[in-house]
Design a protein around this ligand. Structure first.
Ligand code: C5P
Length: 235
């Protein structure tokens, strides 16, 4: 399983995004485009980053009725991204429909990977119990949602790095774990709840770490990215 560091490009203009990426040249890191950038700039920024040689995780976290998700995924597939996602809470019927849509929209037969968000890394077990009325433990919930995604034929899940090991145990070593909630040792967690370091994420078995503010807000984003690679990839 290839491991990599994915930079979350949580900016709201293409200009800021492309300027931010200049210092990484010629590395072409794997990047994540989330709602903020996509809603501001639309498909053009996705195409631009693909043209510039980046692998792209399009993090739009779809969650709607199966027919709508299927048709939306068919459209997103045409952007040629590497990874798409949705919320596992949308049910296995929705996840299967999403997979069908992605396959239909990828005439080359090479569809993007599809992964499901189990529980957001900003959600604590306490909030999950009290607001979402899910009485199980966080680990049980993440395991169950991951197994639903596996049953629906998805390629993997987005979860906390703390849960990567239990997902692998339940769904197999090839089932991909993409893990936000990454902070360097001693750093503040911001709004994230289930966090750990790049080094610990490697030990637990995560395949890809998603890192936003620890890189984008660093005094030297390039140095912060390289530190993530050293800790996570031993590189
Ligand atoms: O800045 P930070 O490293 O906390 O950014 C994490 C990124 O990962 C954000 O873009 C956020 O939207 C995304 N994400 C997350 N938790 C998930 C799925 C995606 O934090 N479960």
């Amino acid at each position: 399983m290839p491991k990599d560091v994915i930079i979350a490009l949580d900016f709201n203009t293409s200009k800021e995004t492309l300027e931010f990426l200049e210092v990484f040249h010629p590395l072409h890191p794997f990047v994540k485009i989330g709602m903020e950038l996509f809603y501001a700039e639309g498909p053009s920024v996705v195409r631009k980053l693909k043209q510039n040689g980046h692998r792209v995780f399009l993090d739009l976290k779809l969650h709607d009725i199966p027919n709508t998700v299927r048709k939306s995924m068919r459209v997103l597939a045409e952007l040629g991204v590497d990874v798409c996602n949705l919320h596992a809470a949308g049910t296995t019927a929705m996840m299967r429909a999403a997979l069908d849509g992605l396959t239909e929209g990828s005439p080359s037969g090479c569809r993007p990977l599809l992964v499901a968000v189990t529980q957001l890394t900003s959600t604590s077990e306490e909030v999950m119990h009290n607001e979402l009325l899910i009485p199980n433990t966080m680990e049980e919930t993440v395991r169950h949602y991951a197994m639903n995604a596996h049953t629906a034929g998805l390629d993997g899940v987005v979860c906390s790095p703390l849960e990567a090991g239990l997902v692998k145990k339940a769904c197999g070593a090839d089932f991909i774990t993409i893990t936000p909630g990454i902070r360097f040792a001693g750093a503040a967690g911001d709004d994230q709840s289930r966090i750990t370091t790049p080094a610990r994420a490697r030990e637990i078995g995560s395949d890809y770490i998603v890192v936003g503010r620890p890189i984008t807000q660093a005094a030297s984003p390039l140095d912060a990215y390289k530190q993530c690679c050293r800790e996570f990839l031993n590189a």
